[in-house]
Every structure is written in structure tokens, then in C-alpha cells.
Design a binder for this molecule. Structure first.
Ligand code: HAM
Length: 409
């Protein structure tokens, strides 16, 4: 028996993988346009990075990490997220100045798999490090929102909240603790357990919504700096035309945040009320890792979820040209033709196996090519026949003519 892919992992193959490619290209293009350069960080890290950065009593660190000992006896963990790594990398090289980076890659969390909730999943994200201004928060939120829009998820919206600064939360934490303690018996075991370890984490418990309706929320207990910051973020989002909805109980599942937190939702993705993406400001993170104070804000989105929410549009032709060749001796000519088209910037492919012309045309259709470029007897005069596959219309021309034809099609 052929071994199967492990539970909660997927093989993403054509034609489905084209949707993934569209999402990845859309994100890459947007990140580039907003000035985010590429960051590549390790897929495994010292376990301590996440224990300290993400937080010991978060779900992610408590129950979801793939942790193992390597042959040298080090405790390593497959990254459950990338923000802690990017901040670590920035601190490693001195932690000075502004770092604006984008990333795309697999993350790992041991979760109960379902649609859009995988054990290995693909995240895209940006981190804007070194900038305390609320305009950075607005920019980051905008990148994710525009990415979802460009992927065709027109009904995406932003849920927004502020959880204040750590010092604002000291008094608030007591207040919340008292409320939760009074309702201890009405809360789920999971939420009740959080009361003593991390009460803020109990606040977004989906199964305790009715009890939590009367709970004090962080946004009503912001210090003046956090309040002014939040007002500026809201004003910035309005200015940039990004629709958002206030969600006072949004706290996020990772411990490094302060002030702005947000998530993206869409009616077209309603699986288990889960978010398409999320992020926030994480000014405390650098110090949690042992570095000097460094502000930062970022977002990450799950590509597994984006592709589920993307509309089923018929994609544009996948290939510009499929080169069809006749007679055994014309394979080499066909390779020269394909390579010259590729060098000129067109996508082109061909069948190498010497199948019949009919089956080569079938392959051209399968790849949704705009044109078949036929290398037949006319090649002896340096000519090819270009056939528009949608209409069947044909004309014979030089190779340069083919390029002009493809450009003006
Ligand atoms: P997160 O909310 O844990 O944030 O994950 C961000 C997104 O990754 C989620 O909204 C979801 O789309 C996707 N995701 C998370 N877990 C899974 C899973 N098991 N299966 C499929 N998709 C999943 C972070 O990871 C932060 N690092 C975001 C951030 C960046 N904050 C600041 N900068």
C-alpha cells in the first residue's frame, strides 16, 4: 500500500493548485507594491522562541506545537507562526531601523483537522517593525484587505479592537478576573481554567458567549495613549476606504499583542466562524524575547482559507501557446520555437512524447492555451501555423510574426 499524507496535511496539485498560485501571486504583488521585501526564516526554531514569544499559556504553545528533540538533544519546534521568528531575526542583526517584510510559507499546529483548519497550513503575512505610528497599523490592515479583495473576496471585512497597553491591562485584568470568578460555575471548563492563568484568553471563548455578554471589555479601559492610537487607526481606515466593524471581545490567541488587534472575515468563508486572517500591534514582543523595546505591527492570512472563499471563476487561459509538432524530425524545431516564445515572455509548453497531432491539440485545450503553434512542413521555409483555439482561425507566419500575434491577440 502507498503511504498516505499525514492527517491534517494536503497535497495541492493542478488544477486546484492554480487557485493557490493566484492567491500567492496576488499577495506577493500587493506586498511588493506597499514596499514589503522578502523575509525567509527557519521552519524550525528553538522551542523557547515560541514559549516566550507566543506565550506559555496560549492554546498554540500549550497544545498545538510540533516539538521534538534533535540528534544534538536540542528542543526544536516546527513554527506555528512566523512573527516571533521575524522579530528574532531583526533583533539578531541589531534591531535598528525599520524592517518591512513579507513572507509565505507553511506553519504547523496540532489541531483537529477540518476544512480550512489543517495541521500544516500555508500562511502569507507582513511585518512592519520599528514603527510606532498608527498609520503603520492602517497600512498593514489595508494590505490584507486589498489582498482579499484582489482575490475576488468582495465581501471581506475587518473586525477591529484595541486591547490597550500592558500597563492599562493591570487594572482591567483584575476587573475581568472578578467578573469571571463570579460566573465560574456557568463557564465552560476551558474558559474556567483560563480564569487563573490568562483571563483575557477566556474573553473570546465562542461557547461562552451568553455569559460573557456582560463582561468588562478592554476597549473601555484604555489608557490615554492607547485611546488616541485607536482613534487614529479608525480615522485612517475610514480615510483609506476600508470597512471595519468594532468587535470589543476580539483579543486574539497569541500573547504578544498590545493596542490594535484585527481579523478578516467574509460571508463567503463561514466555516466554524474562523477568520481568513488576523494580526495586530506587538510592541511587547521584542522585550519578551529579551531584546530592547521595538514596536511592530503585522498580519498573517491562511491561504488554505482564502482559496476556500475565492469565487469559482473560470480562470484566464493558463498558457499563451502550446507548440504542436508533426513528424518525428520536428521535435527539435518545436523546442526552439517554444524556447523563443518563453524568452519573449510568453508562457508556452509542448508534448515531448511524440503523441499524435490530435492528442497534442487535446493537451493544448486541457492547458487552456490561447493558440496552438503548429511546427509542420512549412517550418522548412521558416514558418509556423498559428491556430486560435477558441475560434479555429488559422494563419501561417514567421516566428517573429507569432510573437506579434500573441502580443496583439
Ligand atoms: P493567527 O491568527 O494565529 O495569527 O493566524 C493567522 C491566520 O492563519 C488565521 O487567521 C488563519 O487564516 C490561518 N491559520 C491559523 N491556524 C490555521 C490552521 N490550523 N489551518 C489553516 N489556517 C490557519 C498569527 O499567526 C500571527 N502571527 C499573525 C500576525 C502577524 N500578527 C502579527 N503579525
Amino acid at each position: 500500500m502507498i503511504p498516505r499524507a499525514p492527517k491534517g496535511t494536503d497535497d495541492i496539485l493542478p488544477p486546484e493548485s492554480e487557485r493557490w498560485r493566484t492567491a500567492l501571486r496576488t499577495f506577493d504583488d500587493l506586498a511588493d507594491r506597499y514596499g514589503y521585501q522578502l523575509a525567509l526564516t527557519p521552519i524550525f526554531e528553538h522551542t523557547e522562541l515560541f514559549a516566550r514569544g507566543v506565550g506559555e499559556d496560549t492554546d498554540v504553545v500549550e497544545k498545538q506545537m510540533y516539538t521534538f528533540e534533535d540528534r544534538g538533544g536540542r528542543s526544536l519546534t516546527l513554527r506555528p507562526e512566523a512573527t516571533a521568528s521575524v522579530v528574532r531575526a531583526h533583533l539578531d542583526r541589531g534591531g535598528d531601523g525599520i524592517l518591512k517584510v513579507a513572507y509565505a510559507g507553511p506553519m504547523f499546529r496540532y489541531e483537529q483537522p477540518q476544512a480550512g483548519r489543517r495541521r500544516q497550513f500555508l500562511q502569507v503575512g507582513v511585518e512592519y517593525i520599528g514603527e510606532p505610528s498608527p498609520e503603520a497599523d492602517v497600512e498593514v490592515i489595508e494590505v490584507g484587505y486589498r489582498c482579499l479583495q484582489a482575490c475576488g473576496i468582495g465581501d471581506a471585512s475587518v473586525l477591529l479592537n484595541s486591547i490597550g497597553d500592558p500597563e492599562d491591562r493591570v487594572a482591567y485584568r483584575d476587573l475581568l478576573f472578578r467578573f469571571l470568578d463570579q460566573h465560574r460555575d456557568d463557564l465552560s471548563t476551558e474558559a474556567a481554567r483560563r480564569i487563573d492563568t490568562n483571563p483575557l484568553r477566556a474573553l473570546d471563548s465562542k461557547q461562552d458567549e451568553t455569559v460573557l455578554e456582560g463582561a468588562p471589555v478592554p476597549i473601555d479601559h484604555l489608557g490615554s495613549a492607547a485611546r488616541a492610537h485607536h482613534a487614529a487607526v479608525e480615522a485612517g481606515l475610514r480615510r483609506q476606504g476600508i470597512p471595519f466593524v468594532a468587535d470589543p471581545r476580539l483579543v486574539r490567541g497569541l500573547d504578544y499583542y498590545n493596542r490594535t488587534v484585527f481579523e478578516y472575515q467574509a460571508a463567503s468563508y463561514q466555516v466554524a466562524q474562523a477568520a481568513l486572517g488576523g494580526g495586530g500591534r506587538y510592541d511587547p514582543l521584542a522585550a519578551m524575547l529579551g531584546g530592547s523595546d521595538t514596536p511592530g505591527v503585522g498580519l498573517a492570512m491562511g491561504v488554505d482559507r482564502i482559496v476556500l472563499a475565492m469565487p469559482d471563476v473560470v480562470d484566464a487561459p493558463a498558457l499563451d501557446a502550446f507548440v504542436v509538432w508533426t513528424g518525428d524530425e520536428r521535435l527539435e524545431a518545436a523546442l526552439v520555437v517554444a524556447s523563443s516564445l518563453r524568452a519573449a515572455g510568453f508562457s508556452a509548453d509542448l508534448d515531448l512524447s511524440g503523441k499524435s497531432v490530435r492528442s497534442q491539440f487535446r493537451a493544448a485545450d486541457r492547458r487552456r492555451a490561447t493558440a496552438a503553434i503548429v511546427v509542420g512542413s512549412e517550418w522548412d521555409e521558416g514558418l509556423v501555423t498559428v491556430k486560435r483555439l477558441a475560434s479555429g482561425e488559422e494563419s501561417t507566419m514567421t516566428l517573429e510574426g507569432t510573437q506579434a500575434w500573441l502580443k496583439n491577440r
